[in-house]
Design a protein around this ligand. Sequence first.
Ligand code: BG6
Length: 515
Amino acid sequence: MKTKKKKVPEISSAPGAQSCMFIIFGGSGDLSRRKLIPALYNLYLDKFLPADFCVLGIGNHQENDISFRRHLLEGINKFSRRGKANPKEWKKFSSVIYYVNGDFTKKDLYHKIESFQKEKEEQWKLKPAVIYYFAVAPMFIELISENLCATGLTRDRLRTRIVVEKPFGNDLESARELNDDLTHCFKEEQIYRIDHYLGKETVQNILAFRFANALFEPLWNRNYIDHIQITVAEQIGIENRGSYYEQAGALRDMIQNHLLQLLSLIAMEPPISFTADEVRNRKVDVLHAIRPVHKDEVQRMSVRGQYGEGWIDGKKVKSYRQEKNVVPESSTETFAALKLHIDNWRWQDVPFYLRTGKRMGENTSSIMIQFRPIPHQAFPSDALENWQQNRLIIGIQPQMGITLRFQAKRPGLKMLINGVDMVFNYADVYSGVPPEAYETLLLDVMEGDATLFMRADQVEAAWKVIEPVIESWENNPSLNFPNYAANTWGPELAEALIARDGYHWFVLPKQQNVP
Ligand code: BG6
């Protein structure tokens, strides 16, 4: 990790970008290789990085700068949205990546970090922003932050930031403890809790769609909206994350963070400005207004599932209980659905249905806003064979777009009404591949903008929403797992959850057009 005295080649930079050191605990791990370094590399290619920039990876693998860079290059070649790295650009970019092998528990590591920082500061003749990225298992977070603090590495509160990956706690109590621990060493403004969904283009666009248009906001309430569905469906199983997933399950892994964040963006009041605290205040208001699910109601308001074996693309896939590091009688849920209400003027009586699962019938994430029926039906019944209520569908991924379904007269001599779509499809309007969520989020950390990050109170409020469900599920393990086959849409009871209210789950078809 010793840096040479001779000047390193300057990497291309954005005018005015703040000089910055990126120190990754868990630098040799999967997150670095798959997400962080490809994101930084793409920011470099797009000229968003400052001239004085470097990355220090910290891990417990016996690597040196050269072998570390090689390991990261493989990651770029495999996972970067731009595909294989350009050798010339990679050489330039990677020349500012270093590695230090160390044990997070030993003071000695923190002294090495300190001398690395000093050396860079002398070389750059300035004091850069320093970002400590915790790409580590949750049990190390407290330890690392205490050690950073004890060594005085976080003394300068204005230019030191930490980034914490999920899971942020395992329940309300542990999240509170973690927040308390972190605030011994850091101010809230220094803590960036990542929820990568907030960096997705289509998710950020919810704010633009709602608050940059005059058209929709007057309709965005209980007077016009009948119900809302949020689906995040994945076709993959748990891959090699059995040990983590056994402790998490779908509720903690997806609903506590990603789905509740989507819900907050859809349901929040208009912010007065786009400052980090104003946006986060409006979002946390929503979480606070979610009606607590009483423990006697958990069964009526939620459904859990676990995937069994099945077939995907002609290949047999294992059941959850057969996955690596999963106990054969596991009662961890891989599917969760919830019905929630928001107790405020805007949303009273409008149900929000949330569902997510692994090994679902498709990879598809969308938000469907169904509007109320028209107040009086004047058309004769034979005109209405294909009648469908107005809907607005926000495609999050992989279909990215917004569709408005409305009724139209079918051309012809008779009055026949059917649903048609007004479609905004990203691919039709914009060329190129949009930035990955991590690119947006890492740039925001470097620029000190916390709008798209979770504040302590948001994380705790989200745990509070799901806590009764967690407790009830843990106290009453399911007796019928596995209860859905891989490559299906979850357990039958999930259909019942919504059918009881007269609805069906919505699935955004592969093309953006609605059925
Ligand atoms: C992660 C979850 O936060 O999000 C994973 O831990 C999940 O289980 C992933 O697969 C989904 O992210 P994306 O961006 O692929 O939708």
